[in-house]
Design a protein around this ligand. Structure first.
Ligand code: ATP
Ligand code: MG
Length: 354
């Protein structure tokens, strides 16, 4: 187990800045996700941590020691790649044991460790198969086994589930989480899937165009997003955002079109223009509020997401169970003021006003 510290890390490819002044400290045993859309610099940051890519400037510290000058093996990190990168001509057993053979460990020690790792990952029945004779999920587990057997102080995962189908993704996600609970090894996990990040991480680093937008717990990024960008990137369905203004008539309201949402007396009115973000679980459809036309009804099993035309835009409500509402029907929309998130319209940063 180890701590990892990235200090003022920059990476340029020619004139293009792929990673822009990132500072991040990962504690011992922590599971941290690098989350962001394609091209935001996740893999570049992970590769620099692994020692596969040089930094343009900045320092990488593992356990308080600067490791910039060390190669991947000397950093004591093990990486699991998106494409697994298994040796095609080696069996499962040989793939898993490769790094120990490279280190010239005694044969019986290698056999023993390979068996233990294979049992843990339920690969013991496939020991003599080649990678091409395995399913995607099994290949994925071999790649993890190859990393686990090295007993590294840090695991690095670069989108390890992206070649798996949806059901296998979920299953493998659970396995990775259990593995982390069992081994407690400091882990950095790259994904562009916000749900994956929320479900796995102790903390999530949300990246945008090579910069760190927010670093916080799943609860922080979901309930207290630093900016509109984070608020819209995290959560299903995507948060709805409306422009509006404060009106003081019969108590303080936030006015969106014709709808005035009541605010508590303790509310701190800012002196800048603000937009408001509304998550679907704070929208109620029923008999209170303004008449609105239903536009879209999307059942997802335990909930139905119902999108309605509202105050010049669209707002989505989360309805429990299967809803029998239909597009074009009229319904009333009520917003729970507790769930409102306020953003500075210019800087797009969230403001704590409640
Ligand atoms: N060797 C390179 N030369 C030039 N530009 C590069 C190189 N490697 C990456 N980039 C650029 O740096 C940016 C970040 O790339 P990176 O691979 O880190 O993104 P990512 O967040 O991992 O994206 P994805 O989710 O698609 O894997 C991209 O715009 C990419 O085109
Ligand atoms: Mg990548």
């Amino acid at each position: 187990m180890a701590t990892l510290e990235l200090i003022n890390i920059n990476k340029k490819f020619g004139d293009f800045t792929a990673v822009n002044d990132i500072n991040l400290r990962v504690e011992e045993g922590e599971f941290v996700t690098l989350l962001g859309p394609s091209g935001c610099g996740k893999s570049t940051l992970l590769n620099m941590t692994a020692g596969l890519e040089d930094v343009t400037s900045g320092e990488i510290h593992i356990n308080g020691e600067k490791v910039n000058h060390l190669g991947p093996f000397e950093r004591d990190v093990a990486m699991v790649f998106q494409n697994y990168a298994l040796y095609p001509h080696m069996t499962v057993e040989e793939n898993i044991g490769f790094s120990l053979r490279l280190r010239k460990r005694p044969k019986n020690e290698i056999q023993d460790k390979v068996r233990k790792v294979a049992e843990m990952l339920e690969l013991d029945k496939f020991m003599h198969r080649l990678p091409r004779e395995l399913s995607g999920g099994q290949q994925q587990r071999v790649a993890i086994g190859r990393a686990v057997i090295r007993e590294p102080s840090i695991f690095l995962f670069d989108e390890p589930f992206s070649n798996l189908d949806a059901a296998l993704r979920l299953k493998t996600r659970g396995e990775i989480k259990e593995l982390h609970q069992r081994l407690g090894v400091t882990s950095i996990f790259v994904t562009h899937d916000q749900e994956e990040a929320l479900s796995l991480s102790d903390r999530i680093a949300v990246l945008r165009l090579g910069q760190l937008e927010q670093f916080g717990t799943p609860e922080d990024v979901y309930s207290r997003p630093a900016s509109k960008y984070v608020a819209r990137f995290i959560g299903t369905p995507q948060m709805d955002i409306f422009a509006g203004s404060f009106v003081n008539a019969d108590g303080l309201h936030f006015q969106i079109g014709e709808a005035g949402i009541p605010l508590p007396v303790s509310f701190k009115i800012p002196d800048t223009a603000v937009d408001v973000g509304i998550r679907a679980e704070f929208v109620t459809l029923g008999s209170k509020g303004f008449d609105s036309a239903i536009r879209l009804v999307q059942p997802v099993g335990p909930f139905t997401y119902v999108t309605v035309d509202w105050q010049g835009g669209c707002v989505t409500a989360r309805v429990n169970g299967v809803s029998h509402m239909k597009p074009k029907e009229t319904i009333k929309v009520e917003i729970d003021p507790e769930g409102l998130l306020f953003f500075d319209r210019i800087t797009e940063k969230r403001m704590d006003l409640q």
